[in-house]
Design a protein around this ligand. Structure first.
Ligand code: GLA
Length: 395
């Protein structure tokens, strides 16, 4: 067998094994030819937190060939394997093999973010005449703010969990109660995040929350992608499309000014596919300078609250292609400007500057302090409900 044929056969066995295909016998195939592929979800221990809490891992195998590992610490994705155009699988998300990685290195890899995704100015907001103070845990440009919920966000909790199956779709439901006053936010918030892996290679995230006092809520997931495989270079050659004609410009502290700026004629115009590296270092652009590259919120064309395409990402050599669909009005595109080679990769090497990118579906940063932005306030009796899908394929 020549090496290409052998690699393809091995890749096929791996796909088949992950997908529970027993009929393949190493014959090179696509999942569609694989006979009895079957979806499954299995549970195993992942380790313990520093405080001694057991962390569970769920291995989801989709009938379409995509597989993922998720854990209840941070309700997060740890690994996600997708086939390239030859059917060869790679783990395309950044993460760690041990709980301590997530506890020690605060990069939010793969995690559920709450109570409020992204930044809140000065760690303060006023709601119904009362000013609330929440912890400042971030200071870009030397300007303090609250990032991703506070010093202990939802990424830092062990969630309750149960496995789900629905025909060919497999999933995990994570639930958690954030007590009244958690990180300074008002109201007891009951939160549910459901991960589904469908037979069509869609990772669907469904979020729900209820409160007993008015409170800001903005939940998202901070998965980082690298379509070359994690720990395998940068994402600068990935081609990105964003279905957005405006972005929310920021000040030096990465807090939105409140304006909506047209992207046309700027490095922020991704209305047609652009390689991320082509304009990420544009010298004379203040927004690029503040972000150290791309680290901004785009205002999606779809403001209907119904599921619609928000972004598309393509990497030519692997053929991996992904669409992001969401009910949210915004998306934070962050190109890994804070990643360095001091961060270990799961495969034993190390990451690199811009070695992953995040496409976080969300309401706009600092919305609690911006009355012109779509509201993020959840009131008693209301149901917070939103969904996002990452749809994987090849081209
Ligand atoms: C978000 C922010 C970035 C950065 C990352 C986490 O994407 O916008 O500035 O803080 O989270 O590293």
């Amino acid at each position: 067998m020549n090496s290409v044929v052998r690699d393809l056969a091995l890749a096929c066995v791996t796909v088949a094994t992950l997908a529970g295909c027993t009929t393949n016998k190493g014959r090179c195939c696509k999942m569609s030819e694989c006979g009895k592929s079957k979806a499954s979800v299995t549970v195993s221990p992942f380790g313990k937190t520093k405080t001694g809490l057991e962390v569970k891992q769920f291995h989801l195998v989709g009938a379409g060939g995509v597989a993922m590992d998720v854990i209840d610490y941070g309700a997060r994705v740890v690994r996600l394997w997708t086939p390239d155009r030859d059917g060869k699988l790679a783990d395309i998300t950044l993460g760690f093999n041990q709980v301590s990685g997530y506890e020690d290195i605060d990069l939010y890899f793969g995690s559920t973010i709450g109570r409020f995704g992204n930044r809140i100015r000065d760690g303060k907001f006023t709601l119904d005449g009362v000013t609330y103070t929440i912890p400042c845990n971030n200071d870009p440009g030397g300007i303090p703010c609250t990032l991703h919920g506070g010093t202990s966000g939802f990424n830092d909790r062990v969630w309750d969990s149960r496995t789900l199956t629905n025909g060919d779709d497999v999933g995990v439901e994570f639930t958690m109660t954030s007590p009244d006053g958690d990180q300074g936010y008002p109201g007891k918030l009951d939160v549910k995040v459901t991960y589904w892996l469908t037979a069509k290679n869609v990772w669907r995230l469904e979020y729900e929350a209820k409160t007993d006092k008015a409170t800001p809520v903005n939940l998202t997931n901070h998965v980082y992608f690298n379509f070359h495989g994690e720990g395998n270079g940068t994402i600068l050659d990935h081609e990105l499309t964003l279905f957005a004609d405006y972005m929310t410009p920021v000040n030096a502290g990465l807090i939105p000014t409140g304006d909506l700026a047209p992207v046309k004629g700027t490095p922020f115009d991704f209305t047609s596919p652009w390689k991320i590296g082509d304009r990420v270092n544009t010298k004379d652009n203040e927004q690029i300078k503040f972000g150290g590259g791309y680290d901004h919120n785009w205002v999606l064309r779809n403001q209907s609250g119904k599921l619609a395409a928000a972004a598309a990402l393509y990497e030519k050599t692997s053929g991996r292609y992904m669409e992001v669909w969401t009910e949210e009005p915004g998306i934070q595109f962050y190109c890994g400007n804070f990643l360095t080679d001091s961060v270990p990769s799961k495969s034993g090497g190390h990451l690199t500057f811009r070695g992953g990118l995040a496409l976080e579906t969300q309401h706009y940063p600092d919305s609690p302090n911006k009355s012109s932005f779509p509201s993020v306030i959840l009131r008693p009796g209301q149901l917070y409900k939103t969904a996002t899908e990452y749809r994987f394929s090849t081209r």
